[in-house]
Design a binder for this molecule. Sequence first.
Ligand code: ADP
Length: 169
Amino acid sequence: MDALLRCIQADITQMEVDAIVNAANSGLLGGGGVDGAIHRAAGPALLEACRALGGCPTGEARLTPGFNLKAAYVIHTVGPVWQGGGHGEAALLAACYRNSLELARLHEARSIAFPAISCGVYGYPLEAACELAVRELRSWLAERPHALREVWLVAFDTRALDAYRRALS
Ligand code: ADP
C-alpha cells in the first residue's frame, strides 16, 4: 500500500508514530522551539545520546532512541538558516527531508512525523517550506511506495496548518 501523506495540527512530542523528526541545531545539544519541547518530553537521556553523536552538519540527519516519548526514535536533522534564498537553503532543506526519510527506512520505522523544519527561529518562509516539504516527500515516497505506512506534517499553529493544506491540495 502507498504511504499516506497528511497534515495535522499537534504537538509533535505527543505523536504516536515510530519516529518523530527534530528540527535541531548542528551541535545537537538542545535548544528552543520544537527541539526544546522534544528534549523535555524525551527526558535527559536524550541529551546524553545526542552528545555522543558529536553534532550534525546542516542538511544531514542522525537517529537516537525516543526514550520517554511515544515514538521509538527521534531523527535529528539540521535545517538551513534562511539567508534570503541564495545560499542553497532550498537544497539543504530538501536534503533534511530526504535524509530523515532514509534513516527512518534504515531503522524500519513505518510511520514518521515532521515539524516545519527551519520555519521557526531559522526564518525559512513558511509557504515555500511547506511546498518544498510536500514536493520532496511525495517524490521520495513515489520512488519507494512500500517503505513507509504514514507520514505526518505536523503544524504547531493554524498558519502552518493552512500552509500545509494548500501545499497538499
Ligand atoms: P528551526 O530552528 O528549524 O526554525 P524551530 O523549533 O524554531 O526550528 O521551529 C520549527 C517549527 O516547529 C516552527 O514552525 C514551530 O512553530 C514548530 N514547533 C515548535 N514547537 C513545536 C511542537 N511542540 N510540535 C510541533 N511543532 C513545533
